[in-house]
Design a protein around this ligand. Structure first.
Ligand SMILES: Nc1nc2c(ncn2[C@@H]2O[C@H](COP(=O)(O)OP(=O)(O)OP(=O)(O)O)[C@@H](O)[C@H]2O)c(=O)[nH]1
Ligand SMILES: [Mg+2]
Length: 255
């Protein structure tokens, strides 16, 4: 096993599509990669997972057994998953894949802010766990929106304490100018700060500036990797970032 990549991000940020596209890119480039669906509530996935939590934890049964609505059942399901880590791990290990890509729950709080998830990531990922946090371009377009996602990605990082990479998804839906702005903020703190200062006066601006200072103090800065599943773009950069994390940039698979 070289890397266990846990794909995290707000609802609709493109986690499942990223999982499918990155797997496709890996297979095309002759890397051994499998996908694991860790979202018990997933309805239509854009890929067929090699290992699927829905085979083990069934949401409708939980709703019935615990007399819960869909949201309550999702919370119970998120915690129940921890009971089945051994089963999941032996199924994953049976593929002997070099890379395992984990798609996680739609609502980020179900995955990122439950004690069970930390246990699951530690158990399944061990020393080769890495988090990929997806930034949705619709929110990343404004400086304050960008800061709020940076805040969210950092709090996820501090919960898990694993290496992480930040990824900008769906770049095909934003303009070149918007992409350039986001790229500048991601590679240069000062440019982000200057853009924040130019936002309209108000509470959001004030709060974003204070958040910015806190993020700067904890060194939450990461360069965003732009990707698009529609254009199958950016996956080589994601792959290289993983290599940089676990090796020294050389091709670990071929070593
Ligand atoms: N244009 C475009 N659309 C994308 C891309 N990636 C994802 N989408 C679309 O964004 C929407 C959400 O994508 P998903 O992959 O389901 O996102 P998710 O984070 O798994 O969503 P939940 O699990 O429901 O939280 C879907 O309509 C996708 O088709 C992309 O690179 N380009
Ligand atoms: Mg999904």
């Amino acid at each position: 096993m070289i890397a266990n990549l846990f794909v995290v991000g707000p609802a609709g940020s493109g986690k499942s599509t990223f999982t499918a596209a990155f797997r496709e890119w890996m297979i095309k480039n002759e890397y051994e990669a499998i996908t694991v669906n860790l979202d018990p509530g997933a309805e239509n996935l854009p890929y067929i997972p090699d290992v699927d939590i829905r085979d083990i934890v069934d949401l409708p049964s939980i709703m019935e057994e615990y007399q819960l609505g869909p949201n309550g059942a999702q919370i119970v399901a998120a915690d129940l998953m921890a009971n089945f880590v051994e089963e999941l791990k032996s199924e994953i290990d049976s593929y002997e894949a070099d890379y395992v890509i984990y798609d996680t729950a739609g609502q980020i709080e179900l995955f990122a802010f439950r004690t069970a998830s930390k246990f699951i990531v530690d158990y399944l990922g061990g020393n080769s766990a890495i988090l990929a946090f997806l930034f949705d371009p619709a929110l990343s377009k404004s400086p304050s929106g960008y800061v709020s996602l940076l805040m969210l990605s950092s709090s996820v990082y501090f919960r898990f304490y694993k290496p992480y990479i930040n990824i900008l998804s769906k770049i095909d839906i934003i303009s070149d100018e918007e992409l350039q702005n986001i790229a500048n903020w991601s590679s240069d703190w000062d440019s982000l700060y200057l853009s924040l200062l130019k936002e309209n006066p108000g509470m959001i601006k004030e709060l974003s500036i204070e958040l910015f200072k806190a993020l700067e103090n904890v060194d939450a800065f990461r360069t965003l990797i732009p990707t698009s599943a529609r254009m199958l773009y950016g996956y080589e950069d994601v792959y290289n970032a993983i290599q940089m994390t676990f090796g020294s940039g050389e091709d670990l698979e071929k070593r």
